[in-house]
Design a protein around this ligand. Structure first.
Ligand code: SAH
Ligand code: MG
Length: 215
């Protein structure tokens, strides 16, 4: 990865250890080079992972779309473990990560290659029809939110495209269950095969497009 972008990514506020970010960048690079479509991230926050993925998109001549309502997940709200008071809009008292993301993206130089989509992820999915080279799921980690993202977005990955899931912890002592459940569902289904695992990042590839059975 480009040295300047790596410095930007490491400096950005967020939840992406460097080894996992580099693995994400590598997966994004392979996916983008396959020419199957753009990259898609669910869960922008302040743009840390978007730099790792956006660098890959830029190098392959495609773009990263990154979806977030910028109001924070349940776990980012006041009183929760991942709350950051510097991300509260003083005018309203609500979380707003968009200004910080905009500054991070501008400083990185990736503005032409990373496109922010501001809104609820399943609402955006309802109207999204472009096949994806890579889908990165890192939005809300509550059970219903994570499953809704997976159900709404994973069918949009192109044949031969990739699905990356963050915060997959086999041991419940290390973190919440939902991302691990999504990964279990994908690896046990006929349509996906595991490609790599780095820390809590799992990458799968869609082998062939099959109609998913109703769950
Ligand atoms: N990828 C980021 C971390 C994402 S944190 C990084 O590398 O640092 C999860 C993000 O998902 C939060 O910013 C939150 O606002 C967003 N989010 C949670 N539920 C959402 C939903 N239903 N629609 C859109 N965004 C959502
Ligand atoms: Mg995460």
């Amino acid at each position: 990865m480009d040295d300047a972008l790596l410095i930007s990514a490491r400096a950005a506020k967020g939840f992406m250890p460097d080894d996992e970010g580099l693995a994400l960048h590598a997966a994004g690079g392979v996916a983008a080079a396959a020419g199957l479509g753009p990259l898609m991230e669910i869960g922008t926050y302040c743009g840390k992972s978007a730099i790792y993925l956006g660098a890959a998109a830029r190098d392959a001549g495609t773009v990263l779309f990154t979806v977030d309502h910028h109001r924070g997940s349940e776990e980012n709200q006041a009183g929760w473990e991942h709350h950051d008071t510097s991300l509260v809009d003083p005018a309203t008292g609500r979380m707003d990560t968009l200004p910080t993301f905009r500054r991070t993206l501008e400083a990185s130089g990736l503005e032409p290659h990373v496109i922010a989509v501001i809104g609820g992820s399943t609402t955006v999915a309802t109207y999204w029809t472009t096949p994806l080279a890579l889908l990165f799921i890192d939005g809300g980690h509550a059970h219903d939110v994570a499953w809704a993202d997976y159900r709404a977005w994973s069918p949009k990955v192109a044949e031969g495209g990739y699905l990356a899931i963050h915060d997959v912890f086999e041991d419940p002592a290390d973190g919440g269950r939902p991302p691990y459940e999504l990964w279990c569902d994908a690896v046990s289904s006929r349509g996906w095969t595991e490609v790599s695992a780095t820390g809590s990042l799992r990458v799968l590839q869609r082998l062939e497009r099959l109609d998913e059975p109703e769950r």
